[in-house]
Design a binder for this molecule. Structure first.
Ligand SMILES: NC(=O)c1ccc[n+]([C@@H]2O[C@H](COP(=O)([O-])OP(=O)(O)OC[C@H]3O[C@@H](n4cnc5c(N)ncnc54)[C@H](O)[C@@H]3O)[C@@H](O)[C@H]2O)c1
Length: 362
């Protein structure tokens, strides 16, 4: 099926080159676009048979190209995705779907009206361990979900235009929404900027759901070691997924009550098997399959929009040093409640900077 779905990849930088390699390996790469000489050279060496262009117009004009995968900087996503949809292509966009919530709404509407596939790159939703964990939760193995913790930490790629929340947390938000199966009613975020003014290097975001379910997401590129760990606390069992050690563990542990006293019931952690499939390959295959069967992708445009709305709510809380931000389905950013919110270099008033110094803004 895959060789009937010619794809163009826009952006062959740090992440795009992985998409180029993967789609080429799946036999679907037709062309690559990158405005830089370096990007085009990378594309040519990874996929010598693909056409390589400096700008996307030839790709949009090529009727043989059925799908476009966008792995360019976030601020270019909307313009490129809109143009690709207008040219009649199915579209995959790396996370975050767009920067602006209204623009994400427009893409979702445009794809729906024109019957095009719109998929967003929430990679972890294609990770076999996350799928297995979701399956165990759905089957009731953990009981009622109570708390989720997601840590994404490293002395990693430090960005100066985009804070750690926007760079890392889309993955964690997407997974938590999937596992909880609901949207939060409130978002709280705090963080610290140490390297670039107003760009948070470290953030902690809490999502509060109905029935007392809570989660926190701790992301940082200013951390002494790499940790990518998701922990789920259920009423019957607990589970952890370590994406560095590649281990999914189910703990038969809970707290029982005896004569009014909470008694921890300790049990061994059991390693849970999951398929060894590569998440990026699974994600690219999913896009190709949805192009073929026209069914909605697991991470469709609406999914990308919800994650974006939560990012905006978290950003708003971050710039007010952790004020809770109520969240509802019609949540829009920039509604004037605390001024316009921009994810990149968010506005922090001079008065606030005096009070909080460099330590509490996004
Ligand atoms: N899913 C993941 O795990 C993951 C990991 C890293 C990055 N990403 C996402 O991938 C995207 C790219 O990130 P990156 O780290 O590769 O950035 P990058 O800066 O390393 O690369 C971006 C590339 O896009 C090219 N580009 C810029 N404008 C373009 C245009 N109009 N048309 C075609 N190419 C253009 C640039 O020349 C560059 O080569 C971002 O949305 C980022 O959030 C996802």
């Amino acid at each position: 099926m895959t060789d009937k779905m010619p794809i163009a990849v826009l952006g062959c930088g740090g992440w795009g080159k992985n998409i180029v390699r993967t789609v080429n390996g799946l036999g679907c790469l037709k062309s690559v676009v990158d405005p830089t000489e370096q990007g085009r050279q990378t594309a040519a060496s990874l996929a010598p048979e693909a056409e390589v262009f400096e700008n996307p117009e030839p790709v949009f004009a090529d009727p043989a190209v059925k799908g476009v995968m966008i792995a360019t900087p976030a601020e270019t996503h909307y313009t490129l995705a809109r143009a690709a949809l207008e040219a009649g292509k199915d579209v995959f966009v790396e996370k975050p779907l767009t920067i602006d919530v209204e623009e994400a709404h427009q893409l979702v509407d445009q794809a729906a009206k024109t019957g095009r596939v719109l998929m967003v790159g929430h990679l972890l939703e294609y990770h076999p361990a996350v799928l297995k964990l979701h399956e165990m939760i759905q089957a009731g193995e953990l009981g009622n979900i109570r708390y989720l913790i997601s840590n994404r930490l490293n002395l990693g790629k430090i960005r100066t235009e985009e804070n750690a929340l926007w760079s890392f947390a889309p993955h964690d938000i997407a997974v938590i929404l999937r596992l909880v199966g609901a949207l939060p009613f409130e978002v709280v975020a705090t963080g610290g900027s140490y390297l670039t003014a107003n760009i948070a290097d470290v953030t902690v975001t809490q999502l509060l759901f109905d029935n007392g379910v809570r989660s926190h997401i701790f992301v940082s590129w200013l951390h002494p070691f790499k940790e990518q760990k998701l922990v789920v606390i259920g009423s019957k069992k607990m589970a952890s997924f370590d994406d560095v050690a590649k281990e999914l563990v189910l703990y038969d542990q809970r707290v029982d009550w005896h004569e009014g006293q909470p008694i921890p019931v300790r049990g061994e952690g059991q390693l849970v098997d999951f398929p060894g499939a590569e998440p990026l390959k699974e994600e690219c295959l999913h896009f190709i399959e949805r192009m073929a069967d026209r069914r909605p992708p697991r991470t469709d445009g609406l999914n990308g929009l919800r994650v974006l709305q939560i990012l905006h709510a978290a950003q708003r809380s971050l710039v007010t040093n952790g004020q809770p931000v109520p969240f509802s389905l019609d949540w829009r950013s920039g509604d004037g409640a605390v001024g316009e919110v921009k994810p990149f270099r968010p506005p922090v008033s001079a008065a606030r900077e005096e009070v909080v110094g460099a330590h509490a803004q996004g």
